[in-house]
Write a protein of this length. Structure first.
Length: 233
């Protein structure tokens, strides 16, 4: 009888432990937050800022004499906004049937952009279909990006019950929202920037010295010489 009682006591204890674990798991299962990302690498990457792109553009009437003073000011303001975005390509769209006025205006816009510090490699000239009638404008544009912040604190989990050991639904949301509000160039949140081309001439100079067994490092600058002061404080 004592053996049967011990067996019954053990079974009751196991059942009680199983029921307690089941109740704790049900009570602490985190709620699903549709704004959170389920595939974050770490718990701080539950949320990502949304980045939208649009074309920042100005419309300029084609003039046979080039740009007017008002057009030059509008183009200067466009370049200022372009610099704030990190400096991608600037596209000049000229009407395909614009004739000589459109051609001279396109050249004037290219010269003005170069004078404002835009590299030639970043200026793209394309044509677009427009009515043969007079009045089709020149379109100067670049891609601009805007980061949209997140609404945090809408749904909170219990901080004292976490059987799955997962972070709270809102963990990392405020940090992501602050970054979206403060980032200088939202395009950096959409993807990494392309690398600048390597300096082929410098590379060949270093490899040439390496092949001949010469020292390939640069000559030490005399301004790098120094000595520890021996003055008594």
């Amino acid at each position: 009888m004592s053996s049967n009682r011990r067996r019954a006591t053990i079974i009751r204890a196991l059942l009680a432990a199983m029921l307690a674990a089941s109740a704790a798991g049900c009570a602490s299962t985190p709620k699903h937050n549709p704004a959170a990302q389920s595939q974050g690498l770490t718990s701080t990457e539950q949320f990502t800022a949304k980045v939208d792109s649009h074309q920042d553009q100005i419309l300029l009437a084609a003039h046979a004499d080039g740009l007017s003073a008002a057009q030059a000011r509008a183009l200067s303001g466009l370049v200022d906004r372009w610099r704030d975005t990190g400096g991608g390509p600037i596209v000049i769209q000229a009407p395909s049937h614009g004739g000589g006025e459109a051609y001279r205006s396109a050249i004037a816009i290219q010269d003005a952009l170069a004078g404002l510090g835009v590299r030639d490699t970043l200026i793209k000239l394309v044509g677009y279909d427009a009515s043969p009638a007079q009045g089709a404008p020149m379109i100067v544009s670049f891609a601009s990006y805007e980061a949209t912040g997140l609404k945090c604190g809408l749904d909170w989990d219990s901080f004292t019950k976490s059987a799955t050991n997962k972070p709270n639904n809102n963990f990392g949301c405020a940090v992501t929202a602050n970054i979206a509000a403060m980032v200088a160039n939202p395009a950096d949140l959409a993807g990494s920037r392309p690398e600048d081309p390597s300096d082929a001439q410098r590379r060949e100079a270093v490899l040439g010295k390496y092949r001949t067994g010469a020292v390939s490092s640069t000559v030490k600058d005399g301004q790098a010489n120094g000595a520890i002061s021996t003055a008594i404080p």
